[in-house]
Design a protein around this ligand. Sequence first.
Ligand code: RIB
Ligand code: CA
Length: 300
Amino acid sequence: MRRVIIDTDPGTDDALALMMALNSPDLVVEGITTVGGNATLSETTENALRLMEHLDGPDSAIPIAVGADRPLHGTYTHAYHVHGSDGLGISLPAPTLKPLSMNAVEFLRDRIAASPGELTVIAIGPLTNVAAALDNRPDIADAIPEIIVMGGAVGVRGNITPHAEFNIHEDPWAANAVFESGIPVTLVGLDVTHQTFMHRNGGPRWFEGDSKSAQLGNGILTDRFRELDGEDEFHLHDPLAVAAAIEPDVLTCRAARVSVVTDGEERGRTIASYGEGSVKVAVGVDVERAVGIVRSVISQ
Ligand code: RIB
Ligand code: CA
């Protein structure tokens, strides 16, 4: 059983990742922290509240803390063209759930310090909150056993520019801080997530059963394939990060030191120096097993 905090910018693939984390008997979700990225912070936070109420009920005891509305420098660029006009596409009822009064950084520090060595952070949006939680707090860095990051494009083309993957591009300074922290990081980048997807022709029942997660997952993919008529693949970026938390050996990783270009045309480019370092770069994935985990954990 792995205790996790999920830092997220929901986001359609974030939504599937949250479903997996809530459904998996191998994970205990101890908190959700929201960050801007796919959409504005207020939109990603509203989406997180709506998703958690829909999936875990109005009495959900899982705390939700609000994080950064901008990167360490500048602003987020958002990805409405991918996720829909509010970042989620499908509409869910307005939530009654409220976020905590403490912010995401305070929440991360509070929970990690209270359970040293116990809480894995699964970061599936820009790394602004995580970097801020680590800032001038070596005790927090020492207390995190692993950060599983969906981000980066090491040996493949980027998705927001030819050089960069979206999450890393949105806050390259935060990414450098996390990769340089010495915390064990598993980097689940486009190198592997571009191989894991649901195909348009696999629907409309990509997920079996009539559970809330299966129905919502099918609804999200149906909406995305209807809106994105040139796209036949829904990439399982964030769900693969959660799959790696459930079954780490679904990935093949290489140890590396990773640095990120912070400005100019190559902003967000992730550069890996293999052979040593605290970052395990995912260089391969058992595609059939990984997609099978996503499908089975969401289908209920
Ligand atoms: O590049 C894919 C990542 O960017 C995913 O986390 C997706 O949700 C977006 O945030
Ligand atoms: Ca995301």
